[in-house]
Design a protein around this ligand. Structure first.
Ligand SMILES: [Mg+2]
Length: 261
């Protein structure tokens, strides 16, 4: 039987990490970058952070997001976010990332249990993940570093081998999936993510079937698009077990045939 692989994003698909990211990014931005002590945040800060969260492509740009919300910059589209991101010099982006990771490490070291509790799993994903944890054809593919994902899953009772948690850092998710398909002799892959751009790029490889996690950090217009099927969390089990997905809308196939050659 033709080998079929499954690739699952982590944040916004398996784990609802937005409050942890808000917490870490806010401390990194105000205390470490601006070096100001703050005792309160405007109530609207959390709302603004969550509203712009879908446009984050990598797990490293949360301080950029905190900066945008703090300065009241209006962000309505992916292009708005990307333009703001690119307006920062590279050394400042690196500093933002370093401060974010430093803050996160300190929070984990200081209060591991409460840090973990800021990273709850979405309801209904735990059992299917436990059942496929030892399946060599199922991968987690994320812009969050692998060892953190491994620790979070373990905390919630899922013993997922770290060698099947792939960190997409400078290489696109499409390229990672494509190379694993080739290496493993797979003919197709299901790819579940909540970032529309990752899915749009990935579907250029005709072996990859993209699915948008409708329960993640998505914009309403992403749900309404007709290009990529949108799943509800009730479909998660069927997706990971490679069963038919009757509720998924049909979509046009990709056009990049190079990957298949
Ligand atoms: Mg995500």
């Amino acid at each position: 039987m033709a080998k079929s692989l499954v690739f699952l994003d982590f944040d916004g698909v398996i784990c609802n990490s937005v409050l942890e990211c808000l917490y870490s990014a806010t401390i990194a931005y105000y205390c470490k970058y601006l070096k100001v002590q703050f005792t309160s945040l405007p109530l609207s800060f959390k709302e603004g952070f969550i509203r712009v969260r879908p446009f984050i492509r990598t797990g490293e740009d949360y301080v950029v997001l905190a900066d945008l919300v703090a300065r009241g910059v209006e962000i309505h589209t992916q292009e708005d976010f990307d333009r703001e991101l690119q307006s920062h010099p590279q050394d400042r982006l690196k500093l933002f990332r370093d401060l974010f990771y430093q803050t996160r490490r300190e929070l984990i070291a200081h209060d591991f249990i409460h840090w973990m509790r800021l990273n709850p799993l979405y309801p209904g994903v735990k059992e299917p993940l436990q059942e496929v944890a030892q399946d060599p054809d199922t991968y987690i593919l994320s812009t969050k570093v692998s060892d953190l994902i491994h620790k979070i899953l373990l905390y919630y009772g899922i013993d997922w081998p770290e060698d099947r948690i792939l960190y997409s850092h400078t290489v696109s998710k499409k390229e990672i999936i494509g190379s694993i398909l080739t290496e493993r002799g797979g003919v197709e892959a299901r790819f579940l993510d909540d970032q529309l751009d990752h899915l749009r790029v990935a579907m250029e490889d005709s072996r990859i079937s993209p699915f948008l996690a409708g329960w993640g950090y998505v914009k309403r217009e992403w749900i309404e698009q007709r290009e990529i099927p949108v799943l509800s969390i009730a479909d998660f089990r069927a997706l990971v077990f490679k069963r038919p997905l009757p509720s998924a809308l049909p979509f046009p196939r990709g056009t990049d045939t190079l990957a298949g050659k």
